[in-house]
Structure formats: C-alpha cells, structure tokens
Ligand binder design. Structure first.
Ligand SMILES: [Zn+2]
Length: 408
C-alpha cells in the first residue's frame, strides 16, 4: 500500500483539485497508473437537484492524462453511480477534468490539438506516445463538440470554394463569417444539395439572421440563397466580377499571340512577338502596383497592340469604378457608363455583368467582399498540403475548423 507521503506527491503532480490519488502502480512498458477518486462524496441529482451520497455501484475505467517526466500517466477513475435519496433514480457523478464518455483528460486533448495544428498527426502521436488512431479520435471528438454549435449571430456570409484535389474539378465549399473572419464550415462538395443540407441544419433562427451573402457568379448559389435566406441580400463578389474582365483581356492577349505565327515577314513578326511576350502580368495587375520593369513592358505592348491598350484602359477604369467610395446610385451610373464604352471590347464580361447587375450594385452599399477569403483559403491550402497524416476530407475539415476556432 502506498504511503500518505507518496500519494501526496502524486496529488501535487497531477494537480486536479477535485481528485485524490488513492494508489499508484508502475507498469513496465505501459506507464504509471494512478487510482483516483473524487474528493467530494456528495453529488447533485440531475433530476431533482438534491445532493446525494448513497452509493449504487462503482464504475472503473482508465483515462489517459499528460505524460509526466517521460512516463505515460493513466488515471484509474472510479466514477460512482449514486442513488438519489429523493427520487430513487440512479445517476453518475460528474467530473471537471474529463468529458463524459471520453478516455482522455480535457487538458491532454487541448495539448494534442494545439500540437496537431502546428505539426501533423504522425509527429504528435509519436511525441506523446499515442497511436495515430488515438490522436485522430481526439480530433474527431473535439470537432464533434464544435460542430454541434450553430453559427448564431452570423450576419454576413461568404461562400467560396477551394480545389480539394489539385487539377481535378473537385471543389469543396468554404462558408465564412465575413465579420469574424473565420470559416463557419467546409463542405465536401459545392453542390446545391450539399449546401442546402448544411443550411437547413442551421435552422430558421440562423438563416433569418443573415443579412448579406457574398457569392461568386454562380446561379446555383444565387437560387439557393434566394430560397433559403429570403431576407438576405445577395452580393456578387467584387473580385470575381473583376476576374471576368481580366480573363477576357487575357484571352484576347493569347488570341493575338497565336495569330502572330501567321505574320509572313520575319522582322515584323519578331518585333511583335518581342512586344507581347511576358506581357501578361503587366496587363492584368493593377497598374498602380506595377514595378518599373512591368511598367516599361506595359508601355511597349500598348504601343504595338493598340487593341490591348484599349482593353487595358477599360480594365483600369473598371477597377476604379469599384474603388471609388460612391453611393449605390453613383456606382450604378458609373457602371452603366463603363458598360456602354466596353461593350465591343468586352462582350462576354458585359453580358455577365448585365445579368448579375442586381447582385453587383448592392456592393456599393456596404462594400462587402470576400477579400478575407483569400487569406483563409491560403491557410486551408497550407493545411491541405501538410496533409496532417489525413486520408480523407472529414479529417481535413475538422483540423481546418479547429485551427480557426480552437483558441483556449
Ligand atoms: Zn433526485
């Protein structure tokens, strides 16, 4: 039998004020097992709230705790089942140090999750003397706690996507609270079915509270939001609108470049090719962000290809339209002017912009964009690339959301 002094040392090491160590055992190749019990004998009956200490039965199980000085530590916990003296029903006592039905302490779970966010499952498992499966179980269970929380108070929602497997048309949807700048959820597919299942699970209370939804130019999102969040204003994300214009400009650049092969005179052909080669970023990047070399390139390509010069000028005007801090009405008028000037050079972009005008104009009210999504998506891509020893989407989802929301 352990001496009082020895047990006292263990009490001081584990520092769980609600517990007292009753015995200990070193097991070679396993660790140290501390038999513990709750100090407080009385517990509240969850039905009537009255305190009781009438033992019904003992229930012993092992709980893994933080390692101490290289030793794995297990707590042999006796969770007493008591019988309420008033309502005569049995109930189990509650602990603070461990979640019900979990076989690891809360503080171990926190340490593991914090480490996995910085590193990966395999390393964390090795470092802590756990199996990868055990680490994944901790993540999964911690995540299920997080998942049961609904995004109450969500006012501005952003819907975007990232490629789940690079090069495949395999996208997952990223739902972001644009105010807290954190992802609310990540869905395996960006299909209407997948999204509506998620939104319906949030329930009316959440959906009715959403005031604005920022989306890219996909009518599937638009219809879904209209149906499920009729009170929300839909806003076409400014960066996706700009991408239309940039893509059309770039397509023209490529088409011109292809045609150059047919120019008969070599001297002329070489001059044209020289002017257009490496001009992509000079044309597409915001002009104010160009370095001297890129500015020189832009000048060169505009001189030789006046049609690209015209498109570039229109593209810059388009950006300015969105950057000016005008009201909705002025924004609409500016955009109408631009559409009139650009219709021959940017027929595809103008068509799409006109179709989405109702969603583009509200941007000028609150200037809601998905700008923050770029940072979030970069972080998600990093998590994805690190792999985290994860084999499937669910693991990616849980570690991603935990890394944004786990900050205790
Ligand atoms: Zn009772």
């Amino acid at each position: 039998m352990a001496s009082f002094a020895e047990l006292n040392i263990f009490n001081k090491i584990i520092k769980f004020p609600e517990l007292k160590v009753k015995d200990y055992q070193f097991i070679e190749g396993f660790g140290v097992v501390l038999t513990v019990e709750k100090v407080e004998k009385k517990s509240c009956c969850p039905r009537c709230g009255k305190k009781s200490e009438r033992l019904h039965q003992n229930h012993q199980y092992l709980v893994r705790d933080l390692s101490q000085a290289e030793h794995h530590v297990y707590l042999k916990v006796n969770r007493r089942q008591l019988k309420c003296a008033y309502c005569q029903k049995p109930f189990s006592e509650e602990f603070d140090f461990v979640e019900k039905t979990r076989t690891y302490t809360k503080r171990l779970a926190e340490k593991i999750i914090r480490e996995v966010i910085e590193s990966d499952v395999k390393n964390v498992a090795e470092r802590n003397g756990l199996s990868e499966k055990e680490v994944e179980t901790i993540l999964k269970e911690k995540f299920s706690d997080l998942k049961t929380e609904k995004p109450l108070g969500l006012k501005k929602l952003g819907i975007d996507e990232i490629a789940w497997i690079k090069g495949h048309k395999n996208y997952c949807a990223v739902l972001v609270d644009l105010e807290t700048r954190k992802p609310v959820d990540i869905l395996e597919k960006r299909t209407q079915e997948c999204l509506s299942k998620c939104f319906e699970a949030w329930g009316r209370e959440v959906l009715d509270g959403i005031e604005e939804v920022s989306i890219d130019l996909w009518s599937g999102y638009k219809n879904l939001v209209k149906n499920l969040m009729p009170k929300a204003e839909i806003i076409a994300d400014r960066f996706h609108v700009m991408k239309l214009v940039n893509d059309e400009l770039d397509a023209e650049r490529k088409a011109l470049k292809r045609k150059l092969k047919k120019v008969k005179k070599k001297v002329k052909r070489d001059k044209l090719i020289l002017a257009i080669t490496n001009s992509k970023y000079s044309l597409l990047k915001n002009e104010k962000d160009l370095n001297d070399e890129q500015k020189e390139k832009l000048k060169q390509v505009k001189e030789v290809f006046p049609e690209l010069g015209d498109m570039h000028r229109l593209k810059e005007e388009f950006i300015k339209t969105f950057e000016k801090r005008d009201s909705e009405v002025i924004g609409l008028l500016n955009l109408a002017d631009w559409l009139r000037d650009a219709t021959s050079k940017f027929p595809n972009s103008c068509g799409t912009i006109i179709r989405w005008l109702g969603e583009i104009i509200p941007y000028f009210k609150n200037r809601t964009t998905q700008g923050i999504l770029e940072g979030i998506n970069n972080k998600l891509k990093l998590i994805k690339r690190k792999g985290f020893g994860f084999k499937n989407f669910d693991n990616f989802r849980s570690i991603s959301l935990l890394s944004f929301h786990f900050n205790s």
